[in-house]
Design a binder for this molecule. Sequence first.
Ligand code: SF4
Length: 347
Amino acid sequence: MINLYGLELTKLEELMISYGQKRYRATQLFTWLYEKKARSFDEMSDVSKSFREVLNKDFCLELPKLYRRQDSKDGTIKILLELNDGSKVETALMPYRYGNAICVSSQVGCNMACAFCASGLLKKKRNLEVSEIVGQVLVMNSILEEKNEKVTHIVVMGTGEPFDNYDNVLDFIRIMNHPKGMAIGARHITVSTCGLIPGIMRYAHEGLQINLAISLHAPNDEIRNKIMPISKGYPLPKLMEAVKYYEKEANRRVTFEYIMLKGVNDSLECAKELVKLIKGTLAYVNLIPYNPVDENSFLRSDDKTVHAFFSYLLQHGVNTTIRKEFGNDIDAACGQLRAKDQHEKGN
Ligand code: SF4
């Protein structure tokens, strides 16, 4: 059975045509799925009964199951979803002043092995299907419906490396961004990569106005090799060339994410190197206070150090922000809820 949540509009059109239907049938189904929020084919009253029978026979509308939920006092919601094969994925919702931002996962586990990351502790089991990424947004929306709210911003920054599941992530984005789909503006969607250069080069030509964030986390390869093994295959000089290429081709600036790790990458010397490294790009830097996890020994930089680093970058002309923190009273770090669940179950 084909899960209709897994098909972006042009693929759905092709499929409908192969079923002897007119092209517009796809748009009609899309509207039912995402605008009218139908959860069964029988609700689709302007689709003929005979075609609804075909839909019921060959297609399904399947969403991941809500398995576990944590609510923070600050409004952050973390959910663990169970997929068809029993795998679990984690999704988080952060309530910003400007809207509700969801952080979705793109893979079950992750092979990038960033040393500070709870998600990377669980090796990649498989890529998520398009419907499983879409499902994270739809399940979160059904939770938000209780208070008449919805997801307004998306970051693909949860478990997994999005460019290691490129095609599915892009189809997911097309569904989210399409006016007949979830109609979430391109500028409200961000994909975050740890630096897979082939993905960045390809993304430069998608013609989308989606934001790109790069997890940098170090100002030189010596430090980066220790905390992000990806750097050995795609060293910083090459990554910077790719960023400049992207900025030129896509006419968009990137954001560099930089997790502040005590005594590792947070010295003023590092700030100085960082300014030098990103010179010539239009990038913003987003400093992220670290959420320590039990499974490694990294510590959070103290506030004074973070502010000194922040001020240095600003004084040297780099647009810099410090990320607002959410969910400190729940398992705030990415992948922590899933890791905890596995630990509790001893698997
Ligand atoms: S930080 Fe991202 S890319 Fe690195 S291991 Fe964690 S999930 Fe994977």
